[in-house]
Design a protein. Structure first.
Length: 305
């Protein structure tokens, strides 16, 4: 939590005598930027600083939301080649997709081909242009949707342990997925370490989620868990982590947990029903699921000092 900036004494207040010991700032907050930092830069570039805590440590990064049609997704080819489990799964999928070719008598083969062509023509005439139109509309809507993009490179999330190291990287001109944004140049020219002051809603404590869930229903922290879910969805989308997306997708047990938590913080009947739903969710199942999610996210982090 960001500390408040000490107030400067008024000129007419009495000065402290020489025997008064100076008050030292709290050690934990000494290097942390003030949350009162000027937000005009971030509003101008439409990018936000983000702080993420993982079991390996806490780091700063950047996140933006843009139309999907305006973004080039991060290239995960190199990252996935380094993952032996993923490589093995891809081999299995390719083997399953192989088709067995059967050589038929030439006359019989022609009959099958003619029959298939006639069937296909009939389907096109019956469906008309409806299917194509629906696909085009779906693609149009998907392109207009705002999606998250992080300070990442080749499928790895770049996390910096200090504001100074993050600013140094931004100014360096090193390749990253945010450099495609129109406002990146302005950010690289204007940003200072004092600007790296994430808002509370952009601070995610993923390192506390599993332990909190293990504590049981009575100790669950809705704010912590809901915000962790939002961060995990954004990260899994931007970094191409389909397994995490599946675990948090609509209808999954962790999505049910998220919905029940959101309902529980509301008052009235909705809040009561939400708390009842939470009681039916297994703490062990939830904690194991989240441990997997945090592990998969941690595995694609590139820590920078």
């Amino acid at each position: 939590m960001a500390r408040q900036t000490p107030q400067r004494p008024d000129a007419d207040e009495p000065e402290l005598d020489d025997t008064t010991e100076p008050v030292e700032p709290e050690e934990a907050d000494a290097d942390r930027p003030s949350a009162n930092a000027d937000r005009s830069l971030w509003d101008s570039v439409d990018i936000d600083p983000v702080e993420i805590a993982l079991p390996a440590g806490t780091g700063f990064t950047l996140r933006a939301y843009r139309s999907a049609r305006d973004l080039t997704p991060t290239d995960v080819a190199e990252r996935d080649q380094d993952d032996p489990f993923l490589a093995r799964r891809q081999v299995i999928e390719e083997e399953e997709d192989d088709e067995t070719v059967v050589i038929l008598d030439e006359e019989l083969a022609d009959e099958f081909a003619a029959s298939d062509e006639e069937d296909e023509r009939g389907r096109r005439e019956a469906d008309g242009e409806d299917a194509d139109t629906a696909e085009e509309e779906a693609a149009e809507e998907a392109g207009d949707e705002e999606v998250p993009v992080f300070l990442s490179h080749k499928g790895k999330l770049l996390l910096f342990k200090t504001p100074e190291s993050l600013v140094s990287f931004i100014r360096s001109g090193a390749p990253n997925d945010l450099s495609q944004l129109d406002s990146w140049q302005e950010l690289s020219e204007r940003v200072e370490p004092a600007d790296i002051a994430p808002l509370d809603e952009d601070t995610y404590e993923l390192d506390l989620v599993v332990e909190n869930l293990r504590g049981g229903h009575d100790t669950w922290d809705p704010t912590l868990l809901i915000e962790a879910g939002e961060a995990a969805r954004d990260l899994s989308y931007a970094l191409h982590l389909p397994a995490v997306l599946d675990m948090l997708s609509a209808g999954s047990s962790l999505d049910d947990l998220d919905e029940a938590l959101r309902a529980s913080v509301n008052g009235g009947v909705g809040g009561f029903l939400g708390r009842r739903r939470l009681k039916k969710i297994g703490a062990q199942t939830a904690s194991l699921g989240w441990r997997t999610i945090v592990g998969k996210i941690s595995a694609v982090v590139d820590w920078r000092d």
